[in-house]
Design a protein around this ligand. Structure first.
Ligand code: NDP
Length: 410
């Protein structure tokens, strides 16, 4: 029996628990542990109602390595799925090393006191994981995760050489709140307010936060949206693993309403990550802001509309230039009907389940620390179609520029 331990009972943890429960022949025994036990119990009740299976729950502080090691020794899972926060990554990897358990996460480590995410801290564990004979699969959500696999699939089946990559991520949904984030507000706002960064001609280039933007026409009825250049963690591993890339960029859609709220919050200091004195206490403004904002999981009930995330790739096949667009469309309301989640949690949780499935089956198995593009993309692409995230591909005449409505930069 394959026993799995999921850490983190947020929006993504809820989806992972549901999707694992749907596959009893792979995930024979499911444990969900998090800082707040009542959230695990709530998810357990939803899984029992929606899927008809009973998962087990536990309380754990994932920053406390001995406590996690004790939990792992008690449960004896084959794999730990980390869908807590990036701050816990290194502590959970350490606990897996001490107990000989495979590890998977969806977001790379960033230190709590510096809004800077890089793979270097987790890649540094490669030799220790290899020597222990276990694997860590990093960034197995949608972006990072599926976007890396889309790129690997394109390289394997459609290109002799990949020249450029543009990852586009659009949430065209409406949740009815004046301002909310679709996953953990602290992590989300830290990511968006960083400088933009993209790779071109062998170097990283930087832009002021949210300064480079275009109007982009998305497929499948999603329509026109403003997209903004962001730095996203998969760019780092993709540039490392696809050596022919001359340019790699990441774009995300934001509404003017969202950006106006964000600007005001920044201007009044509520997105600060350093502690400030408040009535004799130290508080971190962005953590206080998180307490005020809607819990991303709570958005699901009234969310309507769709998301589109995909990769636009330019390169060469058989000596001829080629453009390729591969993407998924996900419907918020359909996710709610299936697993009580909105599409951002769903598009993260389903790939985490698929990655876990491939590891447990032995389809993706090695020793060391890996990113998703380092394995054969075909089984993962097949499972996306089977387990809720079907993808589509087109070969447009023009690449990224062919989808632009009006070119405007500031
Ligand atoms: P949430 O904030 O909803 O959930 C995080 C959960 O982790 C909460 O239940 C929280 O507990 C728990 N947690 C936090 N710290 C600890 C700790 N020290 N010990 C145990 N549990 C802890 O976040 P989301 O579900 O929205 O996101 C989960 C992860 O998914 C994040 O890392 C995010 O960056 C990643 N993500 C990845 C994406 C991708 O495509 N690759 C896209 C979206 C998200 P408590 O309830 O007590 O606060």
């Amino acid at each position: 029996m394959n026993r799995v331990l999921i850490i983190g009972a947020g929006g993504v943890g809820n989806v992972v628990a549901h999707k694992c429960a749907q596959l009893p022949y792979i995930f024979g025994d499911i444990w969900l542990a998090s800082r707040t036990l009542s959230k695990c119990e709530q998810i357990k009740a939803h899984v029992r109602r929606n899927v008809g299976r009973t998962i087990k729950t536990a309380q754990v502080d994932a920053d406390n390595v001995p406590e996690t090691v004790a939990l792992i020794k008690r449960i004896q899972p084959a794999l730990l799925i980390n869908v807590a926060l990036p701050y816990q990554d290194l502590h959970l990897m350490e606990a897996c090393l001490q107990t000989g358990v495979h590890y998977l996460d969806t977001a790379n480590y960033e230190p709590p006191d510096t809004a800077k995410f890089e793979y270097k801290w987790q890649w540094a564990y490669h030799t220790r994981f290899k020597q222990r004979g276990i694997m860590a699969l990093l960034g197995c959500g949608f972006d990072p995760g599926v976007t890396n696999i889309f790129t690997a699939y394109a390289q394997k089946h459609h290109f002799d050489r990949i020249d450029t990559l543009d990852i586009v991520d659009c949430n065209a949904g409406t949740h009815g709140h004046p301002f909310a984030t679709n996953f953990n507000p602290e992590i989300n706002i830290r990511e968006i307010t960083q400088r933009g960064k993209f790779f071109e001609n062998g170097k990283w280039h930087y832009t002021p936060p949210l300064s480079l933007h275009y109007r982009f026409k998305f497929p499948a009825g999603i329509g026109e949206h403003d997209i903004y250049l962001l730095y996203h963690e998969e760019l780092e591993s993709l540039v490392k693993h696809f050596k022919t890339l001359k340019r790699a960029r990441f774009w995300m859609s934001f509404s003017q309403n969202y950006l106006t709220h964000l600007r005001v919050l920044q201007n009044v200091g509520l997105t600060r990550i350093d502690p400030v004195d408040f009535q004799g206490h130290k508080i971190v403004p962005i953590q206080f802001l998180k307490a005020l904002l809607p819990d991303p999981a709570s958005l699901a009930k009234n969310y309507t509309g769709k998301t589109c995330i995909g990769c636009i790739i330019r390169g060469v096949k058989n000596g001829k230039p080629r453009h390729y667009f591969v993407y998924n469309i996900c419907d918020h309301a359909a996710c709610y009907r299936e697993v009580n989640a909105q599409a951002i949690s769903y598009t993260t949780g389903v790939p985490a389940m698929i990655g876990a499935k491939l590891i447990l089956e032995g389809t993706w198995r090695s020793s060391g620390v890996f990113n998703t593009e380092q394995f054969d993309p075909d089984p993962f692409m097949r499972d996306l179609n089977l387990y809720g995230l079907p993808w589509q591909e087109t070969f447009p005449k023009k690449g990224f520029d062919g989808f632009l409505i009006k070119k405007k930069t500031t």
